[in-house]
Design a protein around this ligand. Structure first.
Ligand code: MSP
Length: 518
């Protein structure tokens, strides 16, 4: 069986997750479900990135120990993923003992190999904020965070020799054009970071202690990104007593990340892997951000949208649909309540919901719920409809294979629209009135066939809705497969339910705007 290993970033557990942060995970979950449907043995990883100064500070502010704080936050993350029906196989916490031990082994290995060396870190330091800044980050020569004086400081630190790997990385990019998607992210890395000269990376800190200690020099803690990135390996038992999963699933087939963490994943991560002599992931997919009209979602601005708010009123599938549909690869997307409701009412209620409802009631009315069998010879109208559908399903499949979920959903909705149009073209009510029974049978058959296809294609995106839809049209489990998606010959002894249930119920726009106001 072919395997498929997909990862999300591990999240900073500093506060509740909003719809932007949830997007990465919904995307990974959709890919995983699709691959499963295509017969892959899949493994999906997510988790929490629990070390570092930021976490320590947040915990202190709340009067908790860092461990108490991250325990609560990891639970919060798991609860959200369970609400969002995220099908991960492993949830990694960087405070897990197993992870900690392997990170330490990796650090010592790099040290012994000479990839990590001891030196001095020099920079402008803000004491109260315990942070280093570069000259250009300062605001009026002062700390950009608190506005206080900064001091030139020098401390002992360990560095990773990035320079050594720069050419090898460039060569790898060149020889593996599919490694980074979209391609312009690679160009950004080359032009902004590699060509100007890759700096060695400071991989330890001594200014706080909430982190993994360097075993041979425990006053240093390991830099949070070296700790965090290795989670993709430690989750599989790399370097541990049981590395069965590692042997089975590494290299990752797809690693999904947001644009803000591109540099860490497209430069440092491949270099760490090269230093470990490990194969690199097959693809790193970088997505853009969900923004608000007034910029980034932020607690202090008060413009944050939480997934729970959308899910409790519109359901999980509508929320997932919105996130996946709205996020193009090429730019950031602005969330607006108007847009959310419009997608809900027009795409889900009108286009999809009505198609299913109309069809179920016609099959009941004209054939007592029994789907007519196909006679195998399409008339002119049906033939064109079949040809369009076959091509469209191919296109949808290619688009999903390329992990382009928003364009894929657009194409799925074209198929839905075309199927709705087929009803208007064939006018089943007139066929019934004129007793054109053969044509009417063929029309009902084709409608149910297309709805079956739509239902199967939508399974990875909106699984509950798809299952409900497939149940309503009486499709047994064995026909809910991708394999015979492209054929027109599958339906025998199918009976739709007696009374269709609306998949989505139309909402009043004004009432919803009121609800969605922040
Ligand atoms: N802890 C690091 C990742 C370490 S991976 C080895 C981190 N965590 S995070 O919680 O800040 O971000 C998690 C994911 O959410 C990232 O992929 C990030 O890009 C994504 N997003 C955060 N805000 C977002 C939006 N507004 N829109 C879309 N994605 C967003 O980074």
């Amino acid at each position: 069986m072919k395997k498929f290993y997909v990862t999300t970033p591990i999240y900073y557990p500093s506060g509740k997750f909003h719809i932007g942060t949830a997007y990465t995970t919904v995307l990974a979950d959709t890919v995983k479900r699709y691959k499963q449907l295509r017969g892959y043995d899949t493994f999906m990883l997510t988790g929490t990135d629990e070390h570092g100064q930021k976490i320590q500070t947040v915990a202190e502010k709340q009067g908790k120990t860092p461990q108490e704080h991250v325990d609560e936050m990891a639970k919060m993350a798991k609860d959200l993923w369970s609400l969002m029906d995220i099908n991960y196989d492993f949830f990694l916490r960087t405070t897990d003992v197993k992870h900690v031990e392997i990170v330490q082994k990796i650090f010592e290995y790099f040290l012994q190999k000479g990839d990590i060396y001891k030196g001095h870190y020099e920079g402008l330091y803000c004491m109260p904020c315990e942070s280093y800044f570069t000259e250009s980050q300062l605001v009026d020569g002062k700390c950009p965070d608190c506005g206080r004086e900064v001091k030139l400081m020098k401390e002992e630190a360990y560095f990773f020799n990035m320079k050594k790997y720069a050419d090898k990385l460039l060569k790898y990019y060149e020889e593996h054009p599919d490694f980074i998607q979209p391609e312009y992210r690679k160009t950004e890395m080359i032009n902004n970071f590699i060509k100007p000269g890759l700096e060695d990376l400071c991989v330890t800190r001594t200014t706080f202690d909430w982190g993994i200690k360097v075993p041979s020099d425990p006053k240093h803690v390991i830099y949070v990104w070296l700790d965090a990135l290795t989670n993709y390996l430690t989750a599989l038992g790399y370097m541990s007593d049981d590395d069965t999963l590692f042997k089975k699933y590494w290299p990752a087939d797809l690693q999904i990340i947001g644009k803000d963490i591109a540099r860490f994943h497209l430069i440092y991560w491949p270099i760490f892997l090269m230093a470990l002599d490990l194969p690199l992931p097959k693809k790193i997919l970088v997505h853009n951000w969900i923004m608000m009209k007034d910029g980034k979602m932020s607690k202090s601005v008060g413009n944050v949208v939480y997934p729970e708010k959308l899910i409790s009123r519109y359901g999980l599938d509508a929320t997932r649909y919105y996130l996946l549909r709205e996020m193009p690869e090429s730019q950031d997307e602005i969330y607006t309540p108007e847009n959310f409701i419009s997608r809900y009412n027009s795409d889900l209620c009108n286009d999809l919901g009505n198609l299913v409802n109309r069809t179920v009631s016609m099959v009941n009315k004209y054939f007592e719920g029994k789907v007519p069998e196909y006679n195998g010879t399409p008339n002119e109208v049906d033939k064109e409809f079949e040809e369009y559908t076959e091509k469209q399903v191919d296109l949808i499949e290619k688009t999903i294979d390329n992990y382009e979920m928003s364009p894929a959903l657009q194409e799925i909705w074209s198929l839905i629209s075309r199927t709705n149009k087929y009803i208007d073209e064939t006018r089943p009510w007139e066929l019934a009135k004129n007793e054109e029974t053969e044509k009417l049978k063929s029309t009902m058959y084709h409608l149910i066939e297309n709805i079956r296809k739509i239902g199967i294609i939508l399974l990875p995106f909106m699984s509950e809705t798809s299952k409900n839809l497939l149940n309503q049209i009486g499709i047994p489990e064995e026909l809910q497969t991708w394999d015979n998606l492209k054929k027109y010959d599958g339906l025998k002894d199918i009976k739709v339910i007696e009374k269709g249930q609306p998949l989505f119920i139309r909402k009043n726009v004004e009432e919803e705007m009121e609800y969605l106001k922040n």
